[in-house]
Design a protein around this ligand. Sequence first.
Ligand SMILES: Nc1ncnc2c1ncn2[C@@H]1O[C@H](COP(=O)(O)OP(=O)(O)OP(=O)(O)O)[C@@H](O)[C@H]1O
Length: 599
Amino acid sequence: MANAAKNSPNEIQEEEEEEEQTFEELGLDPRLIRALSKKGIEKPTPIQRVAIPLIMEGKDVVSRAKTGSGKTYAYLLPLLQKLFSDSGSRKTAPSAFVLVPTRELCQQVYSEGLSLIEFCRVHLKVVQLTSSMPIADLKAALAGPPDILVSTPACISTCMSAAVLQTKSIQDSLSVLILDEADLLLSYGYEDDLKALIPHVPRRCQCLLMSATSSSDIEKLKKLVLHNPYILTLPEVGDVKDEIVPKNVQQFWISCSARDKLLHILALLKLELVQKRVLVFSNSINMAFRLKLFLEQFGIRSAVLNAELPQNSRLHILEEFNAGLFDYLIATDDSQIKGKEQVNEEINVTSRKSKKHVKQKLDSEFGVVRGIDFKNVYTVINFEMPQSAAGYVHRIGRTGRAYNTGASVSLVSPDEMEVFEEIKSMLGDDVTKDSNFIAPFPLLTKNAVESLRYRVEDIAKSVTKIAVRESRAQDLRNEILNSEKLKAHFDDNPKDLDLLKHDKVLSKKPPPLHLCDVPEYLLDPTTQEASKIVKLARAAMGGTNPTRRKGFNRKFKKSRDPLKTFSADVSKRAVKGGMKRKGKDTGDDNQKHKKKKSL
Ligand SMILES: Nc1ncnc2c1ncn2[C@@H]1O[C@H](COP(=O)(O)OP(=O)(O)OP(=O)(O)O)[C@@H](O)[C@H]1O
């Protein structure tokens, strides 16, 4: 049906009717539907439409869907529904484990679970545990026990070794195990932790595996954890490399030398050729600070999010950014993949040379890019290219989430062409499939870039290695102090976001006034026009106001909406007559799902 639907208007109508399926029709409990409605969520996304009924039937499911497609509710909703009816049963350990690769994700899934439970007014308890917690706190959190435990595999392993979680209790009580962002669990080094847990997961336990990309790690995990699972995946994955990046994210690139990257990013931001809010990625913490200091000199304030910051500060930066308190966030990623030694070396240099001797370890459970639900990020800029094609998909996936639209701009220097080619070949880079095509960025003219060059060169030189090192150490010191204050403050005032600003200026000298404004005579007519178009588009979308944006997006062409293009696999094999299922027993369920669903 998916193919036919693309070709025939009548069938598109059919497809759209199928899309109108509601949460009620999926059999969701009215309390959950009310809770969703309070959160402004009215109808299921495609992955939710397919996964929720299967999970409610108790099936093991591997669910692979694009970034931002709503995978968290796809498992949280049926999980809660199951626990509504199980809540009276006696147990000695949590009924459900949700395992994620990073603390940031832990916090995010925990908050989503907690708010659904609160809205539903049911007596269920969710806790989050991380490896940094003292054993006594882990013990206290597990007393009860709670119904849902959100954690990292390493922390579960710690709890088992410290006998805070008894393996016998896990065997008796665990009924659902969820591995979220499963494609990352092994690359974050959790294989041994998972292997320690798996023998204690009872055979009857339902196992779910959620991921945005596929990899050999997923295959490994599937074998390790799942029994006879249903595989829900994108329709053409495998052969046609389609729709890896959500369709409503437009991808662009700019070719420039490594040296000219500062000049180009300044032109993009200062001439307002990209829409706010903007998430910029760099590959190292020093580069992130260099960029911050450089932009400050032109009156552009930003915050840096990285692995050396204390956890409270990181969470607070994310919350502030999501709440719209500042427009530019520079994040570092890939520190896990890059080799910790190199990054640690970077930190030690900072520590040794800094007078106040700030020592801070990189957090191995840190992850900004993977799975974090940034709100209303319109533009992602790759100031430096990620180290892998999968890294690119995850970065780009921070925009265009749920029903929003977004854009990405990658600054590609000659020595990054190799990874850029790899990305293009992974995407298929087919001009006819606009979702996967990375187009040259059309709004930035050579004249506009050159008009800024002489201003940029002096400032770029003034942002020396020493200045970067000092401001990085300064920021870290501030954040360590803040972190303590934040902890105490937020225990009492959980909703107070405006306490500490993270985009404060770090430069010793205030930005020169003449650099903060770009005089009109510097701009060629094409750039002026481009800037106007971007502003108009922004106004049409209601700025960063999420509710007005929704209205805009409803008018957005359906075929460009990533949330509408998912179909269950039901994939290749389904076309030939049946849902893809590991193992022999397909039975009646196969009949139910026989038809290839295009949602
Ligand atoms: N049915 C829905 N309607 C509208 N918005 C939704 C719906 N379901 C989820 N969302 C919103 O979509 C956003 C993305 O959801 P989520 O974080 O679950 O995506 P994801 O598929 O897990 O992405 P990633 O792979 O990047 O982790 C969230 O802000 C969430 O609140």
